[in-house]
Structures are given as C-alpha cells and as structure tokens.
Design a protein. Sequence first.
Lengths: 366, 453
Amino acid sequence: MKIEVTQEKLSKALNLVSRIATGKVTLPVLNNVLIRVDNKKVTFTTTNLDMAVVDYLPVSSSSDGVVTVPARLLAEFVSNLPKGENITISAKDTKITISAGKYSSTINGTLADDFPELPEINEKEAVVFKMGVDEFKTGINQVIIASSNDLTRPALTGVYFNTINNELAVAATDGYRLAEKILVDKVESEVAAIVPTNSLQEVMRSLGEDVEEIEISFSEDLVRFRMGEVEIISKLIDGSFPEYRKLFPADNDIEVELPKDELTRVAKLAALFSREVGGSIICETKKPGSFSVKSVANEFGENDSEIETEVNTEGKVNLNSRFLLDALNALEENKIIFTFASKISPILIKNKKSKKYTHIIMPLNS
Amino acid sequence: MYDVWKNVLAEVEQKVSKANFSTWFSDISLISTESGNIKIGVKNSFFVKQLRSRYFEDIKSALINNGVEVKSIDFEIQATNKPKIKPREVTRSDDTMRQHITAKRAQLKDVASQETGLNGRYTLSNFVIGSNNDLAVSAARSIINAPGTSYNPFFLYGGSGLGKTHLIQAIGNEILKNNPKAKVLYIPMPHFYADFVDAVQNNKGKEFHKKFQKLDVLIVDDIQSIVGKEKSQEEFFTIFNDLYQLNKQIIIASDRLPNQIKTMDERLASRLTWGGAFDLQLPKFEDKCAILKSKAEFDGIEIEDEAIEYIAENINTNIRDLESELAKINLIADVRGLTPLELIRSGAVSVQKTSKMHSVSARNIIDKVARYYQITTKELCGQSRVSNINNARQVAMFLLSKELGLSTNKIGAEVGGRDHSTVMHGIEKIENNLKLNFTLRDQIEEIKEKIYG
C-alpha cells in the first residue's frame, strides 16, 4: 500500500477522523485509523461503535492495500511536519513508513482483520434530505443547547429530527427548556429520529468552510451525514421523544416585545447577583410600559434594571438566567417576543418576525 | 433456555480473542428461539453488521452444538443504557396496561344515556367516601335500597367540585341496576327550563307534564338556577307535588340551601327540605389523600404517598382542583423524567395554595385562630406564656408561614413583636407535633376551613 499526498490535506483528514478514536472501548483496534486504498480511492475510517467517521482523501498517486495505524500518533506526527511537504505513506505487512523530505518514521500498525465492518444505509429505504450547510449549522446550534446529558433519559440526549405538516423540524429538550427550529419548509418524506448529540457535534466540527451542501439519510436505526469528502454514520437513539409541541404554551396572557441586546445586557447584570440562588432572576411587567429584571443576593446586594416597552398585562415570573441567556444567544433578530402567564406555564421566547425558531423555558418556583 | 445461551457464549468465547469477545458479546442477549428462528438482541447497528459479517458462523455452530434448532438468525437492536425502570414507567410503557386504561376510558366516555340523562361513569363504587360526605352517602344508600320511602325528597348541597353531580347520578345508576325497569330521569335545571319553554311554544305543555308524571325517580341538578323563572318554577312545583303524592323518589342538588336561593317560592323552598338536607363538605386531609390515590389508580399514574400528602396539604379548594393538580404534576414530572416526589422536592412546581380563594390577610388568620381557641387576639399577641395561649400562638405562626409564606421576621412582628428564632421554634414544634398528633391536625384543618370558608 502506498499513498502520496500533501501535508495539509493529510493532516486535515487525520485530525478529523482521529477525534473519535479515543480508546474508551475495550477493543484496541478502535484506537486505530483504517487506511484503505482500493483502485485509487483512499479512505480513512475510525469508529467508536456508536458512530463512524469516513474521510475520502484525494491523493496524487497510490497503490492498493489496507492497514490500521494508531490514529492519534499518526495525526500528531503529521501535524508537526512542515507545511507544504509532500508526504509518502507506505506499508509493508503491518509496518508503516511515513516520509517527508528528510523526516521519516516507522509506526507499528495492525492487520485490518479486527477492524469492524461498518453498517450501511439501505439506500432504497432511506429517507434523504439535502440542505445548505449554513441553515443546517445555524439550526442545529440553536437547538443543541437545550439537549440533555443525563444518560438515564437517553431519548433526551439527542436532537429530534421530525417532520410535521411537511416541514422538517429539529428539537431538543433537557426537561427544563426546549428549543425547536424548522430546518426545511417543504419536504415530501417523513422522519422521526433522535440523533445523538455527540454525533451531531462531530458533524458540526467536520463542516469545513468549503462545504456548501449537506446530505442527511435516515434509515431505520442509522443516520448518515455526507458533507464534501467526509461522511459520518451514527446510530440513532432508541427511544421515544416527548410529544413536545403539546408543551408550547397556548394561552400565555402576558406578551412583551424587547430589544435583544438590551435584554441580554440586563440578564447578564442580573445573573451576577443570582449565583447564590442558582441563577434565579425575576422578570416583571409593569404598566404602563416597563419590563424589569431583578435579582437579589443576600450577601452581596441586589440588582434591578428596566427596559421600556409596551405592557398590556402585569405579571412576574422567575427563571434561570443561564437558560434565558442561552435562548437570547440563539435568537437571530434584534426584536424578540417574550411571553409568559400569570399561572404556572412555560415562558416562550421567539423572534419577532421569523416564526421558525421557538424556545420555551420552565419557570422556577417563586 | 437461558442456560443454553450461556453455554453458547462460552463456546464462542473460546474461538475469538478476549478483546473481541468483551466488545462484541458482552451486551448481547437471546430474545427468542421459537421454531428455529433465533432472535438476538444487540446494542446498535454497528453490532448487527459486525456480528452478522464476522461472527455469524461462530454463533450458529455454537447454537447447534448446544442442541438448539437453527433455521435463521436475526439481530434486533435493543438500547442497553435504558434508564433504570421506575415504577411509573413500567405502567407507562407496558402496552397491555395502557390498552387496558384506554379501553377503560373509552368505555366510560359513552355519553349520557338519551333516555335517562344519566352518565354511566358515575357509580357509587368510584365515589370516595370520607368524613366529609359519609352522611350523604349513607342516605343515598338507603334511597337506592328503597326508593321513595325515606329521605324523600333528598336534597343535597355543597360547593362546586365536591361531587354533587357524581353522587346524585350514582343514585340513579344504582337504582337502575337494581331495577332495570325503573323510569329514571336526570335533568339539570337549565335543561328543564329550556324543555319547558319549548313545550309551551309548541303547545305541548300537557305532554311535557305527562312525561314527568310517569317517572319513578326524578333527579334535578343545579336547582339554584331556577332563579327568576316563575313559570317554570310553577310547573316544577306541580310536578314535584304530583310525584311526591305518588311516593316517587325525588333527588335534588344545589350549591346552597333552598332558603338561600333568592326568589324561590317559599312553599317550594320548604318542601324541598322535607326529606332532610345533606351537605358535601370540603374533604379533610385524609379524605383528600384517599381521593388522590383513587384518582391516580384510575388514571394509571404512579405517585408516591408523600407526593400525594403534599398535594393534599396544599390544595384547599375542592376535589376538582385536587385532581387537576395531580394531573399537572404528573405531566411535568413525566417530561422532566422525575418521579412526582422528586419533582416536588426539586421545588420546580409550586402548588397554587390559595388558588381561586379569596385572599387572606395575616390579621384574618390571627383572628380566626384566636376565636377557634376561644382567646382574644390581644391575648394571642400578648406576653402571656400560659400553655393554651402559647399553643394557639404557635398554630397562628404555623399558618402564617404555610398559608401566606411570610418570613419569620414578618410573622414575629404580626404576633406581637417576637424574635424570628421564637417563630422558627414555634413553627417547627407544630410541624413535629402534626406528625403524631391527629387532634392537632384536625384542629388545623378546621381552622383552615374557617379561614377559607
């Protein structure tokens, strides 16, 4: 087996695939990257048995063969080689030689026999969506913040892709807040699948600037993301996601329009005084036109800020400042709508114009 | 069968390396072997692929060597990191249980019968009996056994959401069960009025009258809405008299006593209570717990006793509110993945203690407590340390803290300028006594009723 490729390309590919070869699994070969050359087609593959990353590397010349090499070691060695060098990787049995100009090293690899075969998407049955990388990135970033890392509730440790009314929506919740984004307006096929947050984070990291379109294929228990030269395959989470649309409050009677920047500033100020009480801050509407944000720290003092706005109904609500800041950070427009109710009901925050993003937060006990 | 599977795994273990075995075989399980179709449960599709492509023959030969018939082998994905199954999730995910509940609900949903106006879901067996309603229920029982003989007319009154409609409809249903030929009619007063107006307009007044005269049991709900409808009142009075003469059972429900219904004909008002007036009261703490438990059981909600006690303690309005609070807590707990008790402990929900009640002032509570213990407000807020006064004072502190959520400093000021540590001690003492002392618990319930009543 032999490959010739530039340092930049090789280093980029290795960095990408080596991240999930972490050695958390009992099988040593999973620390390795599988390098396969088959009729000029070169692939680098790693897996942690929950997901797999495959990089199709364009090379200048090659000869067939397959081998596995410790992924981290190879990635670090290559990234320290001078940029612009042409690198040659060649394998003889399980010994890999990497040479670039005057640098050369030999790494002990293993035979590829133990490297697991990867599951494949059943192309006939798969449901496929294509979308622009920018929309995908924004949408996922907006919802992934609300996902949970509580392993006792596996269904919440992922992002839920589902189709409602011919729209493709993504949603995530940790039980205290929930975010939903409509990713694609018009879709023909239907899907309801929970993609693990970890896998999605890996997808987000792999989205280079040169990629414009992402293709997502769902089969019964697998999902595949294709973006440029990289392909990520992941298991889906086996579980049922809550029927979250039922949680959207329908009768919040208090609604105010607020400038996002200002609300962010006052929420940050209030957060400073709310550390003692677990981030709890109080938002209050007062007639004729003020929205105030308060927090009290018995030991250090207190904070009280106001924003002018139109108020129809008076009321107040306690919420976690961190959740509020996360939500504000995820909203795109500068004018936002903040609604809550006088009884216990979730707080709903959305953009003034765009209806694609919905964020709800459960209030705290006052 | 499971022992055979262990043998199969042991045989595979000898053929593959240790690392491979612990990676691929530690999480797999045998689901079924029915008629040679082997089903094996694995973690995810990565495992399906690997086991199928690399270890299929090993598994197959090991199965055959252990005497298992093999026609086909299938792999099925089973999430292994399933959460520890909490009791309530067992009932949730258990399909048969869920079907059972939906079936039960559907069965109950059948609308009120055309002929009698009764809804079959109201029965005596699902009416929770407690000290707040046992008198009314025992009267209801004797009516069911012998309609028209005792307690005629049967007059039932009480605030909304305490079960009036449930009880009177249950009487009708039970009578029908005992004697399917009995002619029973349940009619809310507003319907009576509307039907009467209809009949008069179509010149069918006589037929209307006859329809009622044929009845064996007449059940009228919400009679308080008779207000100001003199013609229908007159008609009702005639029907009432006719049926009464014939010793037919008449059952009436209202939210207040007849003499408190304005513009009700005096003759009618006095006649309505001839058979005695029975009231449904606010349930006491134990009754509330019993109601919540039976409701939870009925809806298939798993909830801890402590959570039930918490809800019972904090809802003082009526049974409808109790049940809706239970449903609300269950929903939020379900979404958060907590049990109801964990949810309440986390402080994420606040039971709306004084929902739909007129607001109560600190003065008001102190006055009521003083009156209950037959001392003056001055004594309560004074310096006396006589034990009965001191006890009343501590009850007042306790109620101020639980009902109004006042700070200990504020409470101290309200009960005569006492130090906050004195208040804390007082509240604590009552809380501790409450656990053992049932008389005190009853007293506090009674005072609460007085405060909110």
